[in-house]
Design a protein around this ligand. Structure first.
Ligand code: ATP
Length: 245
């Protein structure tokens, strides 16, 4: 098998006081794969994504050990801005928007890869992939629900044309219909562009429809890895790790 697009090796992440959020994690993500990270609250899922995509200066966390390679290049500990240059973009759990600007204005104000022509094409593609966003282009972004804002965050991330897109909780706060729409959009993204996805998702049912592999985190470690279908349908996993019946 070819070299993974993302190689996480022995990664340890902690925050100011020293509490370890990610504890010696190894994880591979292959090109074009949809990889799902599951686990209870506080298991370290968000910290794992930040350990790859970089910490915003306000977050106080740091990579304390291990390595992160993208396309074989060592990118360990780089800030988000630098990670974008390596094709890695993280959509955080809470997307920040300019509330008084419309959705369209937010998208037009966002950084994009390449020149003006490239931006226009990327914007058109992002909007076509997210019909939900297309319908709300003229609405002030401050009026979006948390879940809708998250979709704007994903559309905005697409302007950076990522090779690896990481999304922290795409479905949080969305209605079941909207959840289905988001996951259909993500699937279309993978199919049309071959974008690789690493996603954290609580909505196991929705994620099951698109994920190829699943990793279950427990107390900062990856307790279990396997084909998504197997992991998500395992009774033991559902009961022991995910608290589902
Ligand atoms: P959730 O599903 O609740 O978002 P999670 O699995 O994403 O949880 P993390 O948010 O990565 O888990 O948290 C892992 C550990 O790191 C927890 O003990 C948490 O309290 C701690 N932690 C997370 N963010 C910070 C922070 N900014 N400062 C200090 N500790 C943090």
């Amino acid at each position: 098998m070819s070299r993974p697009l993302l190689e996480i090796r022995d990664l340890t992440v902690s925050y100011g006081g020293g509490s370890v959020a990610v504890d010696h994690v190894d994880l591979d993500v292959h090109d074009g794969e949809v990889c799902l990270v599951l686990g209870a609250n506080g298991a370290g899922k968000t910290s794992l994504l930040r350990g790859v995509g970089g910490f915003a200066s306000s977050e106080r966390g740091r990579v304390r050990g291990g390595r992160v390679l993208v396309g074989g290049v060592d990118v360990t500990g780089l800030p988000p801005r630098a990670m974008v240059g390596h094709g890695v973009v993280l959509v955080p759990e809470e997307t920040k928007v300019f509330g008084t600007l419309t959705v369209g204005e937010n998208l037009r104000a966002a950084p994009a890869k390449g020149g003006r022509a490239s931006r226009a094409a990327l914007l058109e593609e992002a909007v076509s992939l997210f019909p939900f966003i297309a319908e709300r282009m003229n609405l002030p972004a401050g009026q979006l629900s948390g879940g809708e804002r998250q979709q704007l965050g994903i559309a905005r991330a697409l302007l950076l044309s990522p090779r690896l897109l990481m999304v922290d909780e795409a479905s949080l706060g969305l209605s079941p219909i909207a959840v289905r729409a988001v996951f259909e959009s993500l699937r279309a993204l993978v199919d049309s562009r071959g974008t690789t996805l690493l996603i954290v998702e609580q909505n196991v049912r929705a994620a099951q429809a698109i994920a190829d592999r699943a990793h279950v985190m427990v107390s900062g470690s990856v307790a279990l890895t396997g084909p998504a279908r197997e992991v998500l349908q395992s009774e033991r996993v559902r009961r022991t790790y995910l608290g589902l019946e």
